[in-house]
Design a protein around this ligand. Sequence first.
Ligand code: COD
Length: 300
Amino acid sequence: MVLKSLSDLRNIVAGGPVRKLVLAAAQDEQSLGAVIRAWKDNLIEPILIGDKEGIQNICASHNYDIAGIRIIHEPNMDMAVEMSVKMVSNKQADVLMKGKVGTSTLLKCVLNREWGLRTGNLLSHIALFEVDTYPKVIAVTDVAMNIAPNLQDKIAIINNSVSCLIKIGYHLPKVAILGAVEMVNENMEATLHAALLSKMYQRDQIRNCIIDGPLAFDNAVSIESARLKGIRSEVAGDTDILLMPDIEVGNVLYKSLVFFAKAKVASVILGASVPIVLTSRSDSEQAKYDSILLSAAASK
Ligand code: COD
């Protein structure tokens, strides 16, 4: 199974148990809109923690009927985030979502050694894109969390993203390790990492996926381009996951897809004890909604 579009996530979530999602500092207009829509669609059970009056005012201004949704009043933002994270670590919720709070405040709580959501794994970000010029959804990682991943970090990022896609229903997702070129060049560290990761895959040191690299972006996503360059690869032109060399390349690709190619996107932080919806203020309500569904689908 592969996702052809992000709307496929809805069927996957609808076919599973209803996940509890806690929205930390819930007095956030766009996040609330997306959460309430997913709740109305019977796809999640939300718990809203934050300033109750602020939450109710936003809902009243949009005519949202929120009777039946649990709201916990905590006007202090830091306390609201701490309470949300503790609710997840006490297994009272399956997904954590960022509301009206800074990313670093939320991540600090998530990484708290006493009551946070650490698992011993690296946390990493994955973004799934639906773009008209590619026949299936393509995942890009890591475009938002790990700045300059070393080889060990890249192994963890691959494992996080592969298990996410497997939870959604994929079998052996195809991972392209990107470089600027498809040849190993000792002056380009990304190509050295790619060659090592490919060999580790061949030796079963990385499992549950098919890996090839280095691949340049063109031959990772176009079989014609791979053919012209004489590249024989199981991944070229049929990539499910693009592993980025670093955050700059990843973030520029992310924003190019959204702004130039008008791609739809859903994203989630992986590697903690539960998926974390950590969309940014500039993401559309639709992107937040799709990210909620991705997180619910990846929560198993
Ligand atoms: N996974 C697990 N643990 C981590 C991770 C991770 N990815 N990152 C840090 N930790 C742990 C460390 O082991 C340590 O115990 C603690 O957290 C603090 O580690 P530091 O001091 O290295 O981490 P910070 O707080 O300086 O940085 C963590 C960030 C995630 C904030 C940092 O990596 C960062 O700024 N990333 C980029 C975020 C960004 O700007 N994104 C914008 C694009 S939209």
